[in-house]
Design a protein around this ligand. Structure first.
Ligand code: T46
Length: 139
């Protein structure tokens, strides 16, 4: 799917444990302005259900696992985020949902912009019509 890329990063393990690093503008293709984490999500709870107008995000599960669903206005895809070595880069107009959190799930998100509620599209029908407008203005 355009605007959604799985990025694999190497970790460094030894007898002490494991370390993984993400460098802004090197491993992550944007300058990171904000980091937030989602954790202690209750069993059976889903989150997200919105798109962003102007935000790039790198989403990585640093503990446990969850299912991350993306929708580009036509198709949905599910990604199993279950390793710190496997992060999802989401850019452009993409609807996102998070499901099936394990009790130990810690989702870390690196974002290209500061928090801005105006950047959210929280209505799926509005999201679909905006994707159609974008597509018709591009042709
Ligand atoms: C996204 C998915 C993957 C802040 O004050 N600052 C922040 O940086 C963020 C992200 C949220 N908040 C506040 C706003 C709400 O009162 O935290 C509360 C929960 O946020 P929200 O309901 O948007 O959380 P999720 O888990 O539905 O979505 C989040 C991000 O908001 C969103 O950008 O892509 O994770």
């Amino acid at each position: 799917m355009n605007n959604v890329t799985l990025i694999k990063s190497p970790s460094f393990g030894d007898e002490r444990g494991t370390l993984i690093a993400f460098e802004s503008a090197i491993d992550i293709p944007f300058e990171v302005k904000r980091v937030y984490c989602i954790y202690h999500t209750e069993a059976g709870v889903s989150r997200g259900f919105h798109a962003h107008r102007n935000l790039k995000q790198f989403i990585v599960c640093v503990s446990g696992n969850c299912r991350f669903r993306v929708h580009d206005g036509k198709h949905a895809e599910d990604y199993a985020l279950n390793s710190p070595e496997k992060g999802l880069l989401v850019e452009g107009l993409i609807w996102r949902e998070m499901h099936d959190f394990s009790s130990d799930c810690v989702l870390m998100v690196l974002a290209s912009e500061h928090y801005d509620e105006q950047d959210y599209i929280r209505d799926f029908k509005q999201f679909i019509s905006i994707t159609r407008e974008e597509k018709s203005s591009a042709t």
